[in-house]
Design a protein around this ligand. Structure first.
Ligand SMILES: *Cc1c(COP(=O)(O)O)cnc(C)c1O
Length: 364
């Protein structure tokens, strides 16, 4: 990995659109997931094997109204990006092997047959190769890939399905929270829970997100950008924020909640920890209570809070509302650790910085 991959489209059945929709897309005003590329990749699981992937025009799938994935949520997904090489015009995926591994872990939890990692990476790469004109050329923008794998068998018994559909769609996007620099306000959720011990919190599975919609609606009405989820048992410990993992820069150490099953193991989280380690900044993965954060902030020991995820990249957090009080950080500065991590990640992703870790995978 990292040396660059092949994307032999001959292992795929390719049906091209007659006319690309790209011309009508305003690349200067990309949102997140408003527009999709011309094609998608589809493969079906039946009789114990995956069909040869088809790259076909992006459009509706034909699905049984009794599909188990729709009724009982036997469905998992992934999220990764393809980046334009600013200096060399090469397209790079960022750590797609980690997404493949996480997909396999999500599949295991949901009793879904997982595509093998090489097939997964090759499939993503083949679709990106067909859609190369859709990869935005601007730093910070990217082609977001959304692999989805759901139970397609029509049946009403609550049991693992016998047939599945794997589909990858692609969308040119800008950063999830818009341009960098704006710091987010979060509300620590007191009542609702995203994940509980023994549940599915560490899997990227549909139901986890459905459960967050109602609390998210009221939170955004109150003017917050995201929820900070607390542990499901006591609502005392910080866990994660929406589609991001969270980091607290306390004194000289960066603390992030430890994985333990209720937190989604982010690829960005893992990469941030590796960079910090490389830079000699101590990190701790452990439980972190809201009390501890509040006290540290009160004593001026809380230097930064930031979130990290593929969609959002690395974003500063300036405020967490918790039990009627605000925990605040100083406004993000140039030269903050958050900004440094953002530049380091984007630099590698866009091929501007050396890829010491061989994190990138070139799409040919
Ligand atoms: C996808 C996701 C993340 C971030 O994971 P990345 O691999 O860094 O994109 C964090 N939390 C949740 C709940 C997620 O779904």
């Amino acid at each position: 990995m990292g040396k660059g991959g092949s994307s032999a489209t001959d292992q795929y059945l390719l049906t091209r659109v007659r006319e690309s929709g790209r011309e009508s897309v305003d690349f200067d005003n990309l949102g997140f997931g408003d527009v999709f590329t011309d094609h998608m990749l589809v493969s079906d699981w039946h009789d114990g094997a995956w069909s040869t992937p088809r790259i076909i025009p992006h459009g509706p799938l034909s699905v049984s109204p009794a599909a188990l994935g729709l009724h009982y949520g036997q469905s998992v997904f992934e999220g990764l990006k393809a980046y334009w090489g600013i200096t060399d015009n090469q397209i790079r995926l960022f750590r797609p092997d980690r997404n493949a591994a996480r997909l396999a872990a999500s599949c295991e939890r949901l009793c879904i047959p997982a595509p093998d990692p090489e097939t997964f990476v090759a499939a993503i790469s083949a679709l990106v190769s067909v859609e190369r004109n859709w990869v935005p050329r601007v730093r910070g923008q990217a082609l977001y890939l959304r692999p989805l794998l759901f139970a397609s068998e029509g049946h009403l018994a609550v049991r693992p399905a016998q047939t599945y559909t794997f589909v990858v769609i692609a969308a040119p996007v800008s950063e999830y929270f818009g341009r960098t620099g704006r710091a987010l306000s979060l509300k620590a959720e007191e009542r609702f829970t995203r994940a509980a011990p023994g549940g599915t919190g560490s899997a990227k599975t549909a139901g986890n997100y459905a459960a967050t919609l109602q609390p998210m609606l009221s939170t955004s009405c109150e003017g917050f950008d995201q929820i900070l989820w607390l542990d499901g048992r006591e609502h005392r410990f910080a866990e994660e924020a929406g589609q991001m993992n969270v980091f607290f820069y306390l004194d000289d150490t960066v603390v992030t909640p430890d994985l333990g099953g209720t937190i989604l193991p982010g690829v960005t989280r893992e990469s941030v920890l590796a960079l910090l380690h490389d830079w000699g900044i101590p990190t701790e993965e452990r439980r972190l209570s809201m009390d501890e954060i509040q006290q540290a902030a009160g004593k001026g020991r809380l230097r930064e809070i930031f979130g990290a995820g593929t969609a959002a990249v690395v974003v500063p957090i300036m405020r967490i509302h918790h039990l009627g009080a605000d925990i605040c950080c100083r406004p993000p500065k140039h030269g903050s650790l958050c900004a440094r991590l953002y530049d380091a990640l984007l630099g590698v992703q866009h091929g501007e910085l050396p890829d010491h870790y061989q994190w990138t995978y070139r799409v040919t």
